[in-house]
Design a protein around this ligand. Structure first.
Ligand code: HEM
Length: 496
């Protein structure tokens, strides 16, 4: 190699390091994850894959709630698409999720990744497309009839399938995979609510359900796309390789299933007009609103709701039951609450307590159970991290500059675990923190402090339904069984 080439390489390296130093200096949070030349924060990310949420929380604790990093420290990328601002500060969250809502959409990466499965459904759209669906759906979510529909689907599944399966396991002295049972139960519920058909994935013998499996595989494969640069997964899609091939098969299956559901429902709605049976699911509600909705649009409406309301409740319930086994005093208080309500509504004959699951009015009175579920979601939110895209340069309330084109990750997991937000006992499981001093009233906490259901205009639409469903299931299980963790079973978060 001649001298001039060597000099040129050295000049490049020197210029890179000058640039690299200037980048690291301008990033917020010097105590955040270490930034390496070229590979940025990737080494830290890889090293901490198995404890990702704890790692982010550690970094946020060290940086008073906000830090910036870049996945790759490469000129032109590092200050734009490659720059990530990570925060859990309630003031910043209010700014991103409400005050400057229009400046922080989900963004193009999200939409591209989920487009094949969710289309431009409520969960996967921004701007006017999102607003229209939000308004239409929000009207439905305030109706009493939708709450009644959820109560009906949940009660039926608890009574006819969930309780018998648990009872058999108890009689046979066999352990159960509670998370799997809950996942099946909430999948059945949300399908009932979304399109009026319970696929009964929760049944004795736990049968494999091809729609549920195809939906699972499609979600998993879509999520995999996040790891790869867009042009790579698009190229793989074009060549029909690996996960992309599996995704296209799963999508075809989901599509066939939903087409069948929609066609059947259309026929039923016609017969309903001439006196046939009534339907109160979301799909029928959308169909009755306007006849011009295309089948694809209706399919995406249903699929978006299934994705939104499926794993979220079952994961929260799994953590809840685990936390209850670790906190017998909480379990006792829950039982006292359920029993005192049943004593009032069904009398002293305890055999009547187990005849049927709690009805809506009984569930509504479960204040302590609601507090324990909220406390669970504070410590173990079903959506631990979420992200937004930055449209125009902005400054967050804590002074952090966020450039256009960059991304913001807001850590819901960390937001529930900061001393400066929740106090010194923030890592303890204390349902009491959600109750008034006399313990009689549930006291909601500011939505930007407790973000497990998101906040602002995009706050979870199914929050009340989720509480209704989770309280019914929690009461049904704890009234009948005392749960114990199976020997040698390790409880851990799935981070990838
Ligand atoms: C414990 C249970 C649940 C939790 C923790 C939860 C949490 C969340 C979160 C964090 C979001 C924001 C996601 C994002 O924008 O990236 C969200 C959105 C949403 N959730 Fe839930 N959810 C739960 C149950 C449900 C249920 C049962 C339904 C439906 C019946 C539902 C319907 C929705 C919908 C439609 C959205 C999208 C709202 C929008 O973008 O305007 N959720 N939920």
């Amino acid at each position: 190699m001649d001298t001039s080439t060597v000099m040129m390489i050295l000049a490049f390296v020197a210029a890179y390091f000058v640039w690299f130093r200037s980048v690291t200096r301008t990033l917020k949070g010097p105590k955040g994850p270490k930034l390496w030349p070229v590979v940025g924060s990737l080494p830290g990310l890889i090293e901490n894959t198995s404890r990702m949420h704890e790692w982010i929380a550690d970094n946020l604790r060290a940086c008073s709630g906000t830090y910036q990093t870049c996945i790759f420290a490469i000129p032109f990328l590092a200050r734009k698409q490659g720059l990530v601002t990570v925060t859990c500060d309630p003031k910043n969250l209010e700014h991103i999720l409400k005050v400057r809502f229009d400046n922080y959409p989900k963004g193009p990466t999200w939409q591209a990744v989920f487009h094949d499965l969710l289309g431009q459904g409520i969960f996967n759209s921004d701007g006017d497309t999102w607003l229209f669906q939000r308004k239409t759906a929000a009207l439905e979510f305030t109706t009493r009839t939708l709450r009644q529909a959820m109560a009906r689907w949940v009660s039926r599944a608890i009574k006819n399938r969930f309780c018998p399966i648990l009872e058999t396991a108890q009689l046979e002295g066999k352990p159960v995979d509670l998370q799997d049972l809950l996942l099946r139960l909430t999948f059945d519920n949300i399908c009932g609510l979304a399109f009026g058909k319970d696929p009964q994935t929760l049944s004795p013998g736990l049968p494999e359900n091809s729609f549920a499996s195809a939906f699972d595989r499609a979600t998993e494969a879509s999520l995999q796309r996040f790891i790869l640069p867009e042009f790579i997964w698009k190229f793989k899609k074009w060549l029909r390789l690996g996960m992309e091939l599996s995704l296209s098969h799963s999508l075809k299956h989901v599509d066939d299933y939903m087409t069948d559901v929609i066609n059947t429902r259309k026929l039923e709605l016609v017969s309903q007009q001439s006196g046939g049976s009534q339907h109160d699911d979301l799909l029928s509600r959308f169909m009755k609103k306007r006849e011009s909705y295309t089948d694809k649009f209706l399919q995406h409406v249903a699929l978006n709701f299934i994705l939104a309301g499926r794993d979220t409740s079952s994961v929260a319930l799994s953590w809840f039951f685990w936390l209850v086994t670790l906190n017998p005093k909480v379990e006792e208080k829950i039982l006292i609450e359920i029993c005192s309500i049943l004593m009032e509504t069904r009398g002293c004959d305890t055999s009547k307590w187990l005849d049927d699951p709690l009805v809506f009015e009984e569930v509504d009175r479960l204040i302590y159970v609601k507090a324990a579920l909220s406390e669970t979601l504070r410590l173990y939110p079903s959506v631990p991290e979420d992200s937004k895209h930055v449209i125009a340069d902005d400054v967050l309330p804590d002074g952090t500059f966020v450039p256009a084109g960059s991304n913001i990750t807001y850590s819901i997991y960390s937001a529930g675990r900061m001393k400066y937000i929740w106090g010194d006992d923030c890592l303890e499981f204390k349902p009491e923190r959600w109750l008034s001093e006399d313990g009689k009233k549930f006291e909601p906490i500011d939505q930007f402090q407790f973000v497990a259901f998101n906040a602002g205009p995009r706050i979870c639409l199914g929050k009340d339904l989720a509480y209704l469903q989770m309280k019914s299931i929690a009461a049904a299980v704890l009234l009948r069984h005392r749960l114990v963790l199976a020997a040698e079973h390790k409880v851990e978060q799935k981070c990838h």
